[in-house]
Design a protein around this ligand. Structure first.
Ligand code: NAD
Length: 356
């Protein structure tokens, strides 16, 4: 794959795309990044970064011109709070993005194409128990994903399979299981559970209000994979000979309550968990890494504790800055922040939904 020296990363303004661009650049590739927006927290290291809307065929054709490999990460996505109430929008936007990107890659003679799918493709009925059997790749069928997000991912996986069979486009498909880390969305409504938990615990620590809200009873289970392992896995899968979809995640499952306790311990703060109504997603989900290990001779290495510590540190910093920005006369610790929170101003700012 070293000969594939010019590469495109779509979704390069997003969390995983941004980290991937940096990694590819360090590995010596010429990188074009494409997204609707620039990365939020840090400048992109892409050689060329184009603001484009891949729902438009013209943009997709331009984005894929002159590159040998495509890492297709662009997607309209978020955590459960977002996915569960934007079903039509997600299906419409992501179908257009993926149809145009792969067809444009074919037209422009791209040699290899990696598509980023999700554990959300797995059937809901296999994830009804918190003590779930880890999901192996073959469990995807017969299909019954919970949300339109997962259905669209499945269709785009099929696109890869058929473009590979019919047009000889060399495709790879990776199914991520809850990727987290620094420089990921941590507020605004699209954030996922590790980032949301780090934010809530940081607010508890910085304001002295120990209450941390958790959606549902907190006994739902997930596995979480740190971003450095994710990027390493993407690169290994792109260079592998495996065309069939592969899970990429950790296979250590924890409950959301346990996740909250782990973050609180890292932060060094006592929290009071308050269980409230909210979208919970499937009851349990874990990754079976047998095929990943067999295909790559590798699997994610970074422990949840280590990954959370690095993520928490970054999010606490973000929260501090946000809190300070809301009222520059307030110092970050102490009761005066609690007073401001009680008045509602800071919470409103921290919890405000992002305008799409
Ligand atoms: P992200 O939301 O941070 O990044 C996705 C990027 O795609 C965003 O920057 C967004 O602006 C861009 N995008 C959306 N619509 C676009 C359009 N029309 N044209 C161009 N760009 C557009 O998400 P992420 O966590 O970095 O996820 C990357 C990929 O991995 C996505 O395909 C996602 O579905 C998949 N995935 C992520 C996870 C996870 O845990 N983060 C889990 C499963 C699958």
């Amino acid at each position: 794959m070293k000969q594939l020296s010019r590469v495109l990363v779509t979704g390069a303004g997003g969390f995983i795309g941004h980290h991937l661009v940096s990694r590819l650049r360090r590995s010596g590739y010429w990188v074009r990044g494409v997204d609707l927006k620039y990365p939020e927290y840090c400048a992109s290291e892409a050689h060329e970064f184009q603001i484009m809307d891949l729902r438009n065929r013209k943009d997709a054709l331009q984005a894929t011109r002159g590159v040998e490999a495509v890492y297709a990460l662009a997607a309209d996505m978020g955590g459960m709070g977002f996915i569960s109430c934007h079903q039509a929008e997600i299906l419409y936007n992501n179908a257009l993005i993926n149809l145009h990107t792969i067809e444009s890659a074919r037209i422009n003679g791209v040699k290899r194409y990696l598509y980023t799918s999700s554990a959300c493709i797995y059937p809901e009925h296999k994830q009804t128990d918190a003590n779930v059997t880890p999901l192996k790749e073959a469990d995807a069928y017969p299909a019954q994903p919970q949300d339109s997000y997962g259905w669209e991912k499945l269709i785009s996986e099929r696109l890869c399979k058929h473009y590979s069979e019919d047009y000889n486009l060399d495709t790879r498909v990776v199914r991520f299981h809850n990727i987290f880390g620094p420089l990921g969305t941590w507020d605004g409504g699209r954030e996922k559970s590790p980032a949301a938990m780090c934010r809530k615990v940081a607010i508890a620590k910085l304001t002295g209000d120990p209450v941390v809200e958790i959606w549902g009873d907190g006994e739902q289970t997930r596995s979480f994979c740190f971003i450095d392992d994710c990027v390493e896995g993407i690169c290994r899968i792109m260079h592998s000979g495996t065309r069939d979809p592969l899970n990429l995640g950790q296979d250590r499952m924890v409950t959301i309550n346990q996740l909250a306790d782990m973050v609180a311990e890292i932060a060094g703060v006592r929290i009071v968990k308050k269980h409230v109504a909210g979208p919970m997603g499937v009851r349990g989900r874990n990754s079976d890494n047998t095929l990943l290990r067999r295909s790559l001779g590798w699997e994610p290495q970074i422990s949840l504790e280590d990954g959370l510590a690095r993520t928490y540190q970054w999010i606490e910093q973000q929260v501090s800055v946000r809190l300070a920005g809301n009222n520059s006369s307030i110092s970050i610790s102490g009761a005066r922040l609690s007073e401001a929170l009680a008045a509602g101003s800071l919470n409103q700012e921290l919890d405000r939904p992002r305008v799409a």
